[in-house]
Design a protein around this ligand. Structure first.
Ligand code: ADP
Length: 870
């Protein structure tokens, strides 16, 4: 079916773009047709009607031109890309063309306070380039690496809103494993070509920019160039917001692979909720920019001591100075999101209220300066942080905005009313004349009443009639000749006069001139603000940084956290440590931890649910918090800086991408064993659990040896393979610790979790106990205990026949050979335990190694036992 007319034009434009949806301007509306209409009807609850066009009917849904933005935002935030075709006048009527494509990574009007990164990933000469641009704040970061795992980790960490993979990485599993849920766009191959990308970067950032930020790697250049090209092509006017190109080295940051970020529940829980994550727990920021900064710190802790120390020094000062801290947070509470406002000014979408928000936020800077001048903060890094942006320029921009803008400007920028008197002479003159004309109009009714004696007379204005004089029907006979009737209503008539018409034209002319002039003046002002983008970003970053520091201090003070002693490199020694999240919801039992060069590998044993995972995550989180620059939940802590934290925690039951859980477990293990260095911290929870016992034990055993002998890093390894605990006797750096329980878990099965961690292995495993707790039927629990005892004593399990309530043994599974053996007593009465034990001892007795006297004594004892004596 081909369509003509308006729908045909819509479909033709739609075919031109790879956007998911098209909104096409038709006069005062943007319309969606055909499938797109049905789609937006469903998604946004828009009314869908039928449009007839050349004999066919099509679904149609539309929104008024001025209301498009919220609808676009709603669609884009759901992950769709929407093309917008605008209508423009031509000599013979009008035409339409696509002017912009609004996409998740280029949406400036987002209401989501978290960073909105547009990411490009390419692979050139065996290196990956990753570029990340947040058009809402102007942040633009580029990095290169040879490791795919690092790209995955970065994607997970930045959690982009939209991803552009280069031509050679499109089919890579990389994007899946980075677990981005963002739309992945196959963008123009040519944009990724390094030569073209480089030219584009030089055009945009200036010829010297690449050298000054040290971006030499072709992969990084290709990724950054593609991001720029895409932002330009979508045409939403945000290109200019990208003012600063920055490179970063993944080596400055703690290595946290995607799995570890997830396992440690940094920004969301395993169930995907923000509540219960580390970030949600420690986030007391009062601004959205501060929240973004804190998220960045927690997901990208540092390796370099000076940055870590500076942050901890600031936090420490703010912890001590409670009043000054409250004051700092109170002052920051008045700040708006300056980085985002700056981007709106640059892209030309800021209105007068936005500029006023900029003015008010610039005011926060000196107030913050006063707040940190407090004597208890004086010696901390805070005064220097607040002093970093150019305060004089900030003050003069603030003064300029203050002198320019009316205190309560309207929401549009085209209708005047934006500026204060005294800002511009020409504008003042226009306003004077306009007000004089208005005054004449305002006084007209009274003057006419007095002149004509008519009492029911009023002067008003509406859209169709313009200004008019309205006279009640009872007095229309008295109207002067100069009145020209323009409309008859039920109870009155409307008139105009030559003079009124003349004044009306003047008012309209002045109104229009005022609107135009104010619009021009506003654009100039906005451009001058945009010229200060870097200053505004500086101030925005400073406020965000102080907010994040104050947030960490607030949490530390209210939860009795302590200042970690950060050493590089060094041990991890924690006294009375707690888990930062679990401690907020339970009565937490604090634990000690000691990992150093002589004792670098702890095998953690204890019953299920006793607290092994919590203990190990706590160690990882205390390290991570310290390297983020925070206080830590402990009485005292010494934290040796690590280069990476790698975890493999808990066997998740779901299948990941068709791979078995065990396969995923082994991939994670493989990644850890490849990536970890002597300076890393590795946390392993139950490696090898997903396979048969013998395989599992073997893998766990070999992993322990490898980490101990080859990697040499700090490691915590929880295992239910009790057998592993003997490794501590043979490997010098391996030590056992266990989570203590009270009660023996024996026949009555009762144990109490004490949650304290003590040296030495647990004396037994408690799986059967947990089965009991979980309500597994009694016969099964009891039989499990029997089997367990036999396994411990004889390394064999006998299989029992069905229906043999007396427990007739049918076969024995021998752990040594891994085979079933038919028992000789298959059809006979079972032996009593005394006979059985005598036979066993008889079999084990070595005649050659036993003296005749001993042999005689033994035989006598056996005989006695067989006769039923004790
Ligand atoms: P495991 O890894 O041994 O199976 P978990 O670490 O998952 O055990 O802990 C089991 C439960 O005990 C969790 O609900 C946790 O919140 C709680 N828990 C763990 N450690 C402590 C502690 N030190 N104090 C209080 N509760 C704890």
């Amino acid at each position: 079916m081909t369509a003509d007319g308006i729908v045909g034009e819509f479909l033709a434009l739609k075919a031109e773009t790879d956007a998911d949806l098209l909104a096409m301007q038709c006069g005062d509306f943007y319309e969606f047709f055909a499938e797109d209409a049905e789609f937006v009807g469903d998604e946004l609850d828009l009314k869908v009607s039928e449009k007839s066009s050349h004999g066919s009917t099509y679904p149609m849904a539309g929104v008024p031109v001025d209301d498009l933005t919220p609808y676009l935002k709603a669609l884009v935030e759901r992950g769709y890309r929407v093309a917008v075709a605008d209508q423009y006048e031509t000599d013979d009527g009008h035409a339409r063309e696509i002017t912009r494509i609004v996409t998740p990574g280029t949406l400036l009007e987002t209401t989501d306070p978290t960073a909105q990164f547009l990411a490009a990933v390419v692979d050139v000469d065996d290196r990956y380039g990753l570029a990340l641009a947040d058009v809402t704040t102007g942040e633009f970061l580029v990095t290169t690496t040879a490791s795919a795992a690092e790209v995955e980790a970065e994607l997970h960490r930045f959690d982009p809103a939209e991803v552009l993979p280069g031509p050679t990485v499109r089919d890579d599993a990389l994007l899946d494993r980075g677990e981005t849920t963002a739309p992945v766009i196959d963008y123009d191959d040519a944009a990724f070509a390094p030569g073209r990308a480089e030219r584009r970067l030089r055009d945009h950032f200036g010829a010297g920019a690449l050298d000054s930020v040290g971006l030499a790697d072709r992969a990084g250049v290709a990724a950054a160039g593609a991001v720029l090209a895409y932002v330009e092509e979508t045409g939403v006017g945000v290109l200019d917001a990208l003012t600063r190109l920055g490179t970063y080295d993944t080596g400055d940051h703690l290595d946290l692979d995607a799995t570890t970020q997830r396992n440690l529940e940094l920004t969301e829980t395993m169930h995907g909720e923000r509540e219960g994550s580390l970030l949600a727990t420690v986030d007391h920021t009062v601004t959205s920019a501060g929240g973004r900064r804190l998220r960045e710190w927690l997901t990208r802790p540092r390796r370099d001591r000076d940055v870590i120390d500076r942050r901890i020094d600031s936090v420490a000062a703010l912890v001590e100075a409670a009043l000054a801290r409250d004051r700092v947070r109170e002052v920051l509470d008045d700040a708006y999101d300056l980085e985002r406002l700056a981007a709106r000014a640059t892209s030309g979408s800021a209105d007068a209220t936005d500029l006023l928000s900029i003015r008010d936020t610039l005011d926060v800077l000196p107030a913050l300066g006063e707040a940190v001048a407090d004597s208890r903060l004086e010696d901390s890094p805070l005064p220097a942080i607040v002093d970093r942006p150019n305060r004089e320029r900030a003050a003069s921009l603030r003064a300029e905005l203050d002198a320019a803008l009316a205190p309560d400007p309207p929401g549009t920028v085209t209708e005047g009313g934006l500026f204060q008197r005294g800002y511009d002479d020409e504008l003042d003159d226009l306003i004077d004349r306009y007000e004089a004309a208005r005054e004449w109009l305002d006084g007209l009714a009274d003057r006419e009443k007095a002149r004509t004696g008519i009492t029911h007379l009023q002067v008003d204005r509406n859209k169709t009639d313009g200004y008019y004089i309205q006279v009640g029907n009872s007095e229309t006979d008295a109207v002067p000749e100069s009145y020209r009737e323009i409309k008859t209503l039920k109870n009155s008539k409307r008139y105009t006069t030559d003079e009124l018409a003349e004044r009306e034209r003047e008012v309209l002319r002045l109104e229009e001139a005022r609107g135009d002039l104010e619009y021009d003046l506003f654009c100039e002002l906005r451009e001058r603000v945009a010229d200060h983008t870097e200053l505004l970003q500086d101030v925005g970053r400073t406020l965000a940084t102080v907010d994040a520091l104050a947030s960490l201090a607030t949490h530390a003070a209210s939860h009795d956290w302590t200042r970690p002693e950060v050493v590089a490199p060094g041990p991890l020694v924690v006294e009375a440590g707690r888990h930062p999240v679990v401690e907020t919801t339970t009565d937490f039992v604090p634990n000690d931890l000691h990992l150093d060069t002589d004792r670098g590998f702890l095998l953690v044993t204890g019953p299920n649910m006793s607290g092994k995972s919590t203990y190990m995550r706590q160690a990882a989180l205390i390290t991570l918090l310290a390297q983020a620059g925070s206080f830590v939940p402990a009485r005292a802590a010494t934290v040796g800086v690590v280069d990476g934290i790698y975890t493999r925690v808990g066997a998740l039951d779901e299948l990941a991408g068709g791979r078995s859980t065990f396969m995923v477990e082994m991939e994670e293990l493989s990644n850890i064993l490849h990536s970890a260095t002597e300076e890393s911290l590795v946390v392993l929870d139950e490696v090898g659990r997903g396979t048969a016992t013998y395989d599992g034990i073997s893998i766990a055993w070999a992993t322990t040896e490898y980490i101990h002998n080859e990697v040499g890093c700090k490691c915590l390894f929880a295992t239910h393979y009790h057998e592993l605990t003997t490794l501590a006797d043979h490997l010098p750096r391996v030590e056992n610790v266990h989570v203590a329980v009270a009660g023996d878990g024996g026949d009555d099965g009762d144990i109490t979790f004490l949650r304290t961690v003590e040296d030495g292995p647990t004396d037994r495993s408690y799986g059967v106990h947990v089965a009991d707790l979980a309500g597994v039927p009694d016969p099964v629990v009891e039989r499990s205990r029997d089997v367990l005892d036999r396994l411990r004593e004889d390394r064999a399990i006998e299989a029992r026949g069905a229906g043999t309530s007396d427990g007739t043994t049918q076969a024995v599974f021998d752990l040594g050979s891994g085979d079933f053996q038919r028992t000789e007593e298959d059809d006979e009465e079972p032996l009593d335990p005394a006979t059985e034990s005598v036979l066993a001892e008889l079999q084990e007795t070595s005649v050659a190694e036993t003296s005749p006297v001993d042999l005689m004594a033994r035989v006598r004892e056996w005989q006695g036992r067989l006769d039923g004596e004790e």
